[in-house]
Design a protein around this ligand. Sequence first.
Ligand code: NAD
Length: 483
Amino acid sequence: MTELVSYEPATGAELWRGTTSDVDAAVAAARAAWPNWAAAPLSDRIAIVRSFGNRVKADLEIFADCIARETGKPLWEARNEVESVVNKVDISVKAYADRTSQRRFDGKPGTRNAVRHKPHGVLAVLGPYNFPAHLPNGHIVPALIAGNAIVFKPSEKTPAVGEMLVEYFRKAGIPDGVVNIVQGGPDTGKALSGHPGLDGLLFTGSAQTGIALNRQFASRPDKILALEMGGNNPVIVWDTHDMHSAAVLVVQSAFLSAGQRCTAARRLIIKQSLYDQFIPELKRLVDRLVIDEPHAEVPPFMGPVIDNEAADGLTESFLALMSHGGRPIRHMTRPRPGRPFLSPGIIDVTDMRERPDIELFGPLLQVVRVATFGEAIDEANNTRFGLSASLIGGTPEQYNEFWANSRAGVVNWNQPTNGASSAAPFGGVGLSGNHRPSAYYAADYCAFPVVSSEADVPRAMIGIGLRDDMVAFSDDSAVESAK
Ligand code: NAD
């Protein structure tokens, strides 16, 4: 066992200390518990999950405080995250009924057909650090309703939030072994994902890890694997009379949560003729953003990124873009030495010969100028990812064209790239996911359909291709006499 410590990014204060967990013990506990949980009436499972939601709701401030401290996100945003955790319960109950409920329909005369769903068994859930409660919970709640047992590994950067989330299930009376937590980093993740006792794995995190998991599961088609990964998301700004609103939507898309959202806009694609008007408007707005500690008296727009390593990586990426031909519009700086606060960086990469198609997970926006709307769409699709994309401005016809040609799972008009509704399916194409969308469609990967054709009595006959009794008898006697 290795020691694991979590520090508050905004202050450096120690928040949580523990050790890495025994994966074998957690999987064994889940395997022992899941048959009874799967056999329990659906109404019992829903009652426990509802009780979990009520406990989280009652503790909103305490839980939000923990999320804000451990991630560095503003307290108002952490509160929103807790509300999403609570809302997930009702959404998942509805989604289970909608997507995976029982269905019966007539079959051949005297028979009927049934479609029912069964849980997979023991599912691992691997969570990211940016929404350390809401996103793992988005797998856990639907999986529990469907009758699975869970082994959850939170990000090693947010163990305290992970522990608190699981504690609410315990307080809600979840039977022992149904929800288990293992703490640790990638090595613990690997031990869990490779464990023979799993029936599947539900993952939210980076494309890099998702690809490694996909490779690991390639020879195991018997196990369900749901991958929710990152993006290199475009936002197009086209003709609009409201430049200020367009700038607000770009700022929300690119810099909410300090850019640490999978749906954050990484690339601003702008009509060349609007550039000189729009970019100063965008800069003015970014200059006004309050960047501070989560609990600061003046509520900040954004806090720090998760740790110094991430902040260093982002400032280095900004310099790398510059050294390869990017033209800085607004430098990315570290306003507080030693802490991972970043000022948003904006860089014009139009003249770079080769732009890296990677997810830079922080407040860093790359700008590309284009002359025609067709070029804008081509540029938006110029990525291996395909999570979210927005058009700001333009005509209804242009939006139709953008919608029809965008390769992404979330395609918006005059809305930010982020902030997708939990009541809708959520997922991407390309390197953003493996076609198992989460949120409302999580119900689909938490259970498998069993189709039954049923009759009350075994009445049957073979109509075609059967010899009559006499022929069959004479053939048998021919065989006998040949012996
Ligand atoms: P990450 O991939 O580094 O880690 C995610 C989880 O996987 C962690 O629990 C980690 O310990 C574990 N892990 C890492 N390497 C592993 C391995 N080789 N085998 C098994 N487990 C391993 O992701 P992160 O940095 O914590 O989160 C940020 C990323 O998550 C971004 O790329 C972001 O876009 C993505 N994300 C996606 C969504 C979505 O719904 N599509 C939502 C939020 C975040």
